[in-house]
Design a protein around this ligand. Structure first.
Ligand code: SF4
Length: 391
């Protein structure tokens, strides 16, 4: 079977829109200039005018200038839950990326409208698994005769369509804090797991948490016929890892860990499980953003930390913990470029439009996709153990 190509066009910022997708970059009307000295007062005035009708969510990886206006900050799942707990808020402005706004739309009331200030704020990892590619993969598994014994698990960082696919095929969503429980749950129901879309979280969970071997995991490459695998490899693998990764966490290498240990004696290295297996193996601690934040907040004064996650969060952690040394694990600066699409001009633009009665950049998940994605999310919520947190 020939693989389906990824059809995401590169667009000129602010000048073009992709008619085949909602990820265009045009902002109807006037986008304020980044140099406008009144941006902060304009954002404050718009927020005040909207009052309780508005609830602004700020993901941990957002810029400081945006976080300043967030009513709540957190990881994407927590943010969606907070929005669902505020049914009186008519407008949910999600300062995060596209899949997060979709999750918020799935979890909130129909009367609540979810807005993404810049539609170009996607997620490179989520974009690595298109629904057509995943359906092709499932057809391969059916032909090989293993689809019935395969349980799909998708990371929260995936499109609503992939979550819905997972729900329809008996699978569950997972976060970085409950991937182990999700995978264990899946192996209680099937012989094989198809893990989407982050190969690193899938591998780290299967090998480090479940005790499988690296050889039990194979990579399914959607750009190759049969995923680049033989039928025999598909039959014998325990975990099929989708060939996706996070472009930010993928920057950290084992050498980064060696270097920081040389430069900062006694440093504690803490990394996110979206990092490569070789990095995670060398780190002292591994965990979700919430775990990273808690570990550093609770660390003794004078301790040193090298953090392998997005730079906006690491900078804020360093600022909030002046009694500790908090450094970024990579030598070069790396923000999540799509998260950073949400800036003050886009926030002001979307808020002022709401004040004027125009709902711009609304993210709407169709009812069928919403239903099946919710099935997969509810399976995750029914897992035993603490409430999930993620990315
Ligand atoms: S940090 Fe990685 S996983 Fe998170 S939104 Fe950016 S690209 Fe996606």
């Amino acid at each position: 079977m020939e693989p389906e190509p990824t059809a995401l066009a590169l667009l000129l910022l602010g000048q073009q829109a992709d008619p085949g997708s909602e990820r265009g970059v045009e902002c109807p009307g006037d986008l304020p200039a980044p140099s406008d000295p009144d941006l902060v007062s304009r954002a404050r005035a718009a927020k005040e005018a909207l009052g309780d009708r508005l609830f602004i969510l700020g993901h941990h990886y957002q810029r400081d200038e945006v976080i300043e206006f967030a009513d709540v900050t957190g990881d994407s799942f927590k943010l969606s839950q907070q929005a669902a707990a505020r049914p009186e808020a008519e407008f949910i402005v999600f300062c995060g990326v596209h899949f997060m706004a979709e999750s918020a739309d799935i979890l909130t009331e129909d009367s609540q409208q979810v807005i993404l200030p810049d539609l170009a704020a996607g997620c490179s990892m989520a974009d690595m698994a298109a629904i057509g590619q995943v359906e092709d993969c499932w057809r391969v598994l059916e032909r090989v005769g293993v689809a019935e014994s395969t349980i799909p698990i998708t990371y929260m960082n995936s499109s609503a369509a992939i979550k819905a696919f997972t729900g329809k095929h008996g699978g569950s969503v997972c976060t970085s804090s409950n991937a182990e429980r999700s995978m264990t749950w899946a192996f209680e129901r099937g012989e094989k797991v198809l893990f989407l879309p982050d190969q690193h979280l899938g591998r780290n969970t299967a090998v480090r948490d479940l005790g499988l071997s690296l050889d039990d995991c194979v990579i399914y490459n959607p750009h190759k016929a049969n995923g680049g695998l033989t039928d025999e490899q598909i039959r014998t693998a325990k975990v099929l890892l989708w060939r996706g990764h996070c472009s930010v966490h993928g920057r950290f290498t084992a050498e980064c860990v060696d270097d920081v240990r040389e430069q900062v004696p006694g440093v504690n290295v803490i990394v996110h499980p979206e990092c490569d297996y070789s990095v995670v193996e060398k780190a002292d601690q591994v965990g979700s953003t919430e775990k990273i934040i808690t570990a550093i907040e609770n660390a003794p004064s004078g301790s040193a930390w090298a953090v392998g996650t997005e730079l906006n969060l690491v900078k804020r952690l360093a600022h909030a913990n002046p009694d500790k040394q908090v450094v970024y694990l990579d030598k070069t600066v790396c923000f999540c470029s799509t998260m950073n699409r949400i800036d003050l001009p886009h926030l002001v633009w979307s808020l002022e439009n709401l004040v004027a009665g125009n709902v711009v950049n609304q993210i709407v998940v169709d009812p069928d996709t919403q239903y099946w994605a919710k099935v997969a999310l509810d399976r995750m919520l029914a897992l035993p153990g603490p409430a999930p947190s993620q990315d």
